[in-house]
Design a protein around this ligand. Structure first.
Ligand code: SAH
Length: 224
């Protein structure tokens, strides 16, 4: 790992990243810890080389296999929601994709568990985590609609693909006062929800954050 790999040059320069952070701030991201995590995460390494020059625009970009790396604003918004009710220790992400959301979360919580259903995507992300020395992220191929029971319970679960209805298994794997940040609904009419487990009960309070557009949460795992 050479410094140039991490910090990049030209279009991936500090000024370019600072512009993105400024844009997110103007778009309502107020949590300074989240803005700092976005500033220090080299998004250009999480997209295909041919698209690296667009990595600090506030857009979703293709990552292969019909999937996308989420828009920075959405990553920041979801991360901010995870941290909105006090610190979180153990967080599960459903939908590793490029690994970018996990990398943004990693410095802000104790441990990130992340699962992906498409094997080749799942195999790519840990290489980046190692390169960036993000040692607190653990990843696996798994159908995240079923959570990741081995490591449950989680203080928060963040889902970066949208189911039509909230999967029961995810609610069950929340620790007391745990939070689920999840896009829900059919394509074209999804909303991002923040669902808070009330103490150790099986009661949950829901809040809609905003309308969003995510790829669908699919079941099972696949090699391509
Ligand atoms: N968090 C990712 C966003 C990737 S898009 C990033 O920062 O790049 C959402 C991802 O969810 C896709 O890679 C898709 O394959 C994955 N996905 C969809 N359904 C899933 C499921 N049931 N379990 C695990 N991953 C799933």
């Amino acid at each position: 790992m050479t410094p140039i790999d991490i910090h990049g040059v030209g279009m991936t320069s500090r000024r370019t990243r600072e512009r993105l952070v400024q844009r997110l701030r103007e778009g309502g991201i107020v949590d300074a810890r989240v803005l700092e995590a976005i500033r220090s995460t080299p998004r250009h390494l999480f997209v295909e080389e041919a698209l690296a020059h667009r990595a600090y625009e506030d857009n979703a970009l293709p990552i292969g296999f019909g999937q996308t790396i989420s828009q920075p604003h959405i990553v920041a918004l979801m991360t901010q929601a995870v941290l909105s009710r006090g610190p979180r220790r153990r967080v599960l992400e459903v939908g590793t994709g490029s690994g970018y959301q996990a990398a943004v979360l990693a410095p802000l919580v104790e441990r990130v568990y992340t699962v992906e259903r498409i094997r080749p995507l799942q195999q790519r992300a840990p290489k980046l985590f190692r390169k960036l020395r993000l040692r607190t992220i653990e990843s696996a191929v798994h159908d995240g609609g079923l959570g990741w029971p081995e490591h449950a319970p989680y203080d928060a679960i963040i889902t970066t693909a949208a189911p039509e209805v909230v999967p029961e298994e995810l609610l069950k794997q929340l620790a007391p006062d745990g939070l689920l940040v999840i896009p829900v609904g059919l394509s074209g009419q999804q909303e991002l929800r923040l669902i808070a487990r009330q103490g150790d009960s099986s009661e949950y309070v829901e809040e809609v954050i905003q309308r969003v557009r995510f790829v669908p949460l699919l079941s099972g795992t696949t090699s391509a």
